[in-house]
Design a binder for this molecule. Structure first.
Ligand code: NAP
Ligand code: ZN
Ligand code: ZN
Length: 371
């Protein structure tokens, strides 16, 4: 089988011949890979910033944003059948009996760091023709979402954030008054930092949850991303032309910030203008080398206390976020089908993978068409 892999020891990104996997346990499912999304994580692995092959292997097959069609199921598989479309989860639990989150199927909150991740950490990924995985890590996707289902995995980042936002705000009476036709966040202001796939999908999820949503990102208007954001009814404001203080004056109390930039300077500048009882969710992961920056720590601490604020980081996603992503992607497609499809800016063959992974980043979400 063809596969795209890294060999960190030799610092190579290569197309390899990889053995075809076979079902060896009753709970396993075999699927034919249809598509694999490429993101900054893959590009960082290809710069050898991180990314580990399975123990005893020289190569790590890349790809953690997958979509497949089931070809075969083990004798104990009941929820999934051949022909189903599936999106695999990424992380698998550590083996420590004392790791409560992993033992409770919440490896996204693993306490030991010894989890493995498909296509990232000690477990081969999806940039290959066939994959075998356990039923419990596969999410069945309705056939109507076939052409956009590859967006599900990056959408789970926002869904996990939203689940936590609602949980945290149970601390006060925060839901908006019930208004027919309006979702629960309709009286709340949300700001999304960044207009990459993480930011745009986050803005869509916040919009569907009812929030008055604004994307605050770098590039001046008009640009491809600002037009795309405005096409689904979300305002785009450029950080090049509007300061965080001006942004806060325009919007009033900023209830939620969903950060999808991956840079601390703009993030902490916006944290300074987070509103009363506000929540700031960091999802961005600054890349190496990590520069030193100066932040207004005293002001931020003062605000956080006097304004009852919460800042949290969130990584990876559990099954609840995957289920929410399937649900929301269906809503996105009912409301904005053209926009959702336009997030996928290119489809390429496995043989083009090296160029995409090693060349300059282009478009919004580029996808390998493996089928
Ligand atoms: N937590 C998780 O589980 C998880 C999962 C996946 C990804 N991530 C992280 O999420 C972040 C976003 O991912 P992505 O794929 O959407 O990235 P991306 O495509 O690089 O998009 C980043 C966006 O941020 C904007 N931006 C960059 N620097 C800025 C600045 N100083 N001020 C204002 N805007 C700025 C960029 O503006 P331009 O449009 O002008 O370039 C771009 O729109 C990354 O750090 C990634 O590592 C986290
Ligand atoms: Zn990714
Ligand atoms: Zn664990």
């Amino acid at each position: 089988m063809n596969a795209v892999a890294v060999n960190p020891r030799k610092r190579e990104v290569v197309l390899i011949d990889h053995p075809a996997p076979e079902i060896s346990a009753g709970t396993e499912v075999k699927f034919r890979t249809l598509e694999v999304g490429i993101c900054g994580t893959d590009r960082e692995i290809c710069r050898f910033d991180y990314g580990d092959p399975p123990i005893g292997d020289d190569h790590l097959v890349l790809g953690h944003e997958g979509l497949g069609e089931v070809t075969e199921v083990g004798s104990d598989v009941h929820r999934i059948k051949p022909g189903d479309l599936v999106v695999p989860m990424v992380r698998r639990p550590c083996h420590h009996s004392h790791c409560v989150p992993c033992r409770k199927d919440r490896s996204d909150f693993c306490m030991t760091g010894d989890f493995v991740e498909r296509g990232i950490k000690q477990y081969h990924g999806f940039m290959t023709e066939y994959v075998v995985d356990h039923e419990q890590y596969l999410c069945v996707v309705p056939p109507a979402l076939r052409d956009v289902a590859i967006l599900m995995e990056p959408l789970t980042v926002a869904e996990k954030a939203l689940i936590q936002i609602w949980q945290i705000q149970k601390r006060l009476d925060w839901e908006c008054p019930v208004v027919e036709g309006k979702a629960p966040g309709h009286c709340r202001q949300a700001v999304v930092l960044g207009a990459g796939p993480i930011g745009i999908l986050g803005a869509m999820a916040l919009k569907v949850a009812g929030f008055q949503t604004t994307v605050y990102s770098r590039s001046k208007v008009p640009n491809l991303k600002s037009e795309l954001v405005e096409s689904f009814g979300v305002r785009y404001i450029s950080s090049e032309s509007t300061s965080p203080e001006e942004l806060a004056r325009m919007l009033g109390n900023i209830d939620v910030v969903y950060e999808g930039v991956g840079g601390a300077k703009v993030s902490f500048d916006v944290l300074k203008v987070l509103g009363l009882n506000g929540i700031f969710v960091f999802t961005g992961i600054p890349g190496f080398p990590l520069p030193h920056i100066t932040v207004d720590g005293e002001l931020i601490m003062r605000n956080m206390v006097l304004k009852n604020q919460v800042a949290l980081g969130t990584v990876n996603a559990g099954r609840d976020a995957f289920e929410a992503a399937i649900h929301d992607l269906g809503i996105f497609m009912q409301r904005w089908p053209g926009t959702v499809r336009s997030l996928i800016t290119g489809r390429f063959g496995l043989k083009d993978a090296r160029g995409l992974l090693l060349g300059a980043a282009t478009g919004i979400k580029n996808v390998l068409d493996v089928a």
